[in-house]
Design a protein around this ligand. Structure first.
Ligand SMILES: *Cc1c(COP(=O)(O)O)cnc(C)c1O
Length: 429
């Protein structure tokens, strides 16, 4: 039943299938109201790192709640926010040293865009445009939507969005031999844009290694290295939206560390508290911070949220951080299993463009026809996955797995077996 008082996100309201009520979560498992159990193959909304209801994080939140649940973060500070900032910056690459707190991925991106924009104003070289990538998804607030690929999500608001220049995302897959050439083309295009209008662009924003909402499209570390060099040589700003790729997802702490690259600004959110509480950070280099470190109110970043640096969120993030440090191999280990299982899957089911980065595996289902049918594939899978004991949410005809890191080798192999069965059965109908 649809609840009479709830308006669901990302849901075409009329005729939407009834949502399944979840009673409990433990580890990779979710228990439905009727007692059935399913494996969360996508870490909820890509946020759950150590499994559902992880006890240490729960306890850390409780302990913090009995000490200090919240305090205004303007003239006041607290240890959890300071300690988290210390730990984060110690793990982040290079000079990313100043942590700005907010509470979701979209606002982390808004802060990044506003910071980049104002940076150029503060140093008296104002810039007017951003460069982003085709297929990008950076969130649902107006600024984040503006730098996202235009889609049905943003169509209604098109007149409200600011203009952005988009370049292709050179996505690749296992066995692809065309990537390098496509990367070259994108880099040439970017170089031309930045060289022909050196005073126009305020920054380049990218989802490094994996474009999430676009359908888990993956690019090479080599491309990011070249991109970093290109932007740096032109003294422009590189913004990494690691809202989805942060905290182990790509097989290392961050896509930046995995690829050996370093942005000027990084946005982190989804996995930051292990999936327990909303929290996000935008971390920038000292070069950027220094441009704001002034007594001039016009040089101040006038931005903040009521729940900025919420102590409970910070405590959850610290507990999650500790768990990640205890088992850094967990995320790389999943990559090996994915690689093996995806290859096996390709032997029994017809799939295209198989691809794996860290804990994320994806492939394309071959479909005839276009949009409507694509959605139909996703809807058909969503409608039956519970019967196979799985929580799946394909993006059009892109099917992906990104389980919590606590999944065992055996469990993940089981997921692939069930997925193969589901896809085979669907094809027969
Ligand atoms: C989910 C996501 C966002 C938006 O985060 P919210 O917390 O949903 O606002 C931004 N960027 C990327 C890459 C994301 O995956």
């Amino acid at each position: 039943m649809h609840h009479p008082n709830i308006w669901k996100p990302f849901t075409i309201l009329k005729d939407a299938p009834d949502p399944l009520r979840i009673e409990e979560g433990e580890g990779i498992w979710l228990t439905l109201e009727d007692g059935r159990r399913i494996i969360d193959c996508i870490s909820s909304w890509w946020v759950t790192l150590h499994g559902h209801s992880q006890p240490e994080i729960g306890e850390a939140i409780y302990r913090q709640s009995q000490k200090l649940e919240h305090v205004i973060f303007a003239n006041y500070s607290h240890r959890p926010a300071e300690e988290l900032a210390e730990r984060l910056t110690a793990r982040l690459p290079g000079d990313l040293s100043r942590v700005f707190y907010s509470d979701n991925g979209s606002t982390a991106v808004e802060v990044a865009l506003k910071t980049a924009w104002q940076y150029w104003k503060n140093i008296e070289k104002p810039r007017t445009r951003f460069i982003a990538f085709e297929g990008a998804y950076h969130g649902d607030t107006i600024g984040a939507m503006s730098v996202s690929s235009r889609s049905v999500f943003s169509e209604v608001f098109s007149e409200l969005l600011f203009d952005v220049d988009f370049v292709p995302y050179p996505d690749t897959w296992l066995g692809d031999t065309t990537a390098e050439e496509r990367e070259e083309r994108v880099l040439n295009q970017l170089a031309e844009m930045l060289d022909s209008e050196p005073e126009t662009y305020a920054g380049v924003i990218i989802e490094p290694l994996v474009q999430g909402t676009a359908g888990m499209r993956m690019c090479t570390p080599r491309f990011l290295k070249s991109l970093e060099r290109l932007v740096r040589e032109r003294d422009n700003l590189l913004i990494y939206d690691e809202v989805m790729t942060g905290f182990g997802r790509t097989g290392d702490w961050f896509a930046s560390t995995r690829s050996g690259t370093e942005p000027d600004i990084i946005c982190l959110s989804k996995g930051i508290t292990g999936g327990f509480l909303p929290l996000s950070v935008t971390v920038c280099s000292s070069r950027i911070y220094d441009a704001f470190n002034s007594s001039d109110p016009m040089h101040t970043l006038w931005h903040g949220h009521s729940y900025t640096a919420n102590p409970l969120g910070c405590a959850a993030a610290l507990a999650s951080f500790k768990l990640l440090e205890q088992d850094e191999n967990a995320f790389l280990k999943l990559e090996e299993i994915h690689l093996r299982e995806v290859a096996k899957l390709a032997e029994t089911v017809e799939i295209e463009r198989p691809r794996v980065t860290g804990t994320v595996a994806a492939f394309t289902l071959p479909v005839s026809g276009e949009g409507g049918y694509l959605n139909q594939v996703a809807d058909r899978i969503k409608a039956v996955c519970t019967d196979y004991g799985l929580l799946l949410r394909p993006l059009g005809n892109e099917v992906y797995l990104m389980p919590p890191f606590c999944i065992t080798e055996e469990e993940l192999s089981d997921v692939y077996r069930q997925l193969a069965k589901l896809l085979t059965d669907l094809n027969m109908k």
